[in-house]
Design a protein around this ligand. Structure first.
Ligand code: PRP
Length: 184
């Protein structure tokens, strides 16, 4: 385990099993459809890669397509402010397409609330959200949300999640030691 991690919340095996269940949920709900998975950078890049392959291995009828958006929220390092700026928009039009937003974490929910409003205005055929982690009682967007794991209000890193751009490469999801983010 990394020295800066206090405890592992989800092991690589637990994550893989849950991602495979989420892929099954998608296969069930979008059977026969083309679905555009929209990963929100940077945090979602690891989940997107795993989800892509889990969908393939599920051997279903969903035809996944992939795009990415990069957003930045102004505010402190550990909390998003809800003011979102689009740094990279989607490459293509989403009108009349089934869109599934893929996030690493739903914290305050402010980022997703903004993204749902923004993407809904582009008139997709449907819009839903898949998040690997949810904090307690986040502001839920008014769309269907597929949730990987519920976590307490702790500072988590790994599996795409960072602190100051570090730890995204950890293969597990862990709680960062308080001394680490208190330090800078
Ligand atoms: C994180 C995460 C979500 C957002 C969630 O992104 O990936 O997009 O914060 O927070 P909220 O629910 O309180 O709005 P961050 O801005 O840290 O960027 P990153 O994905 O590049 O790490």
């Amino acid at each position: 385990m990394h020295d800066d991690v206090e405890k592992v919340l989800f092991t690589p095996e637990q994550i893989a099993a849950r991602v495979s269940e989420l892929a099954d949920d998608i296969e069930r709900d979008y059977a026969g459809e083309e679905v555009l998975l929209v990963g929100i950078l940077k945090g979602a890049f690891v989940l997107m890669a795993d989800l892509a392959r889990a969908l393939f291995l599920a051997e279903g009828t969903v035809r996944p397509r992939f795009d990415f958006m990069a957003v930045s929220s102004y505010g402190s390092a550990t909390r998003s402010s809800g003011v979102v700026r689009i740094l990279k928009d989607l490459d293509g039009d989403i009108a009349d397409r089934h869109v599934l937003l893929v996030e690493d974490i739903l914290d305050s929910g402010l980022t997703l609330q903004y993204l749902v409003r923004n993407l809904r205005a582009r008139k997709p055929a449907s819009l839903a959200v898949l998040t690997m982690l949810s904090k307690p009682e986040p502001m839920k967007p008014d769309v269907e949300v597929y949730e990987g794991f519920h976590i307490p209000d702790v500072f988590v890193v790994g599996y795409g999640l960072d602190y100051a751009q570090r730890y995204r490469d950890l293969p597990y999801i862990g709680v960062l030691r308080e001394e680490v983010y208190g330090r800078s």
